[in-house]
Design a protein around this ligand. Sequence first.
Ligand SMILES: *Cc1c(COP(=O)(O)O)cnc(C)c1O
Length: 212
Amino acid sequence: MIAENIKTLKQELGHSVELIVVSKYRTVEEIMEAYSCGQRNFAENRVQALLEREAVLPKDIIWHLIGHLQTNKVKYIASFIRCIQSVDSLKLLKTINEQAERNSKTIDCLLQIHIADEESKFGLSQKECNAILQLNELMELKNIRIRGLMGMATNTNDTSKIESEFKELKAFYDTLSEKHKFDTLSMGMSSDYKIAIANGSNMVRVGSKVFE
Ligand SMILES: *Cc1c(COP(=O)(O)O)cnc(C)c1O
């Protein structure tokens, strides 16, 4: 039951952790069921799916993108996207800024940090992230707001490993948050959100546990 699942999750998360419902691979009807419970923040991982859903779903949905984004696709989503959580290059930040400006808006961005073991996971190293944040040219990007970091832990049953990856990301976040006025640390999904919130996450991205 989607309504029950959302209610339970919200109780577990409390008021200080934002729930982003990951609607990838779900039907429009399933998404509407979550919407009917008052859920407004949703995330997709592919531009094409995001466009298809945005076109038919209510306009007050707050959309997040959580998958790898190619610079040439930013223009398709700029008019409606609220937050791009998977930013992994300066080039992408510049393109997002340009497209946001064209739409006379600001787009929230999270820098995706690579914390997992797996080769396949996208993201910046801490070193690369620091290098980007130190650039003076960031100041000129008036139509983006870098609000924090996003990360995914290794897909494993080893909870101590997941915990140490989340702790590492939180510690890195803490070195940046004051200076860069960050307010968002997006970590935790269905299998590991409890570990994530115990370790300082204030935004979780949950799919299967909502729709199962
Ligand atoms: C799919 C996905 C999620 C949600 O995964 P679930 O296990 O279904 O909760 C969260 N974050 C990212 C980046 C994803 O791609």
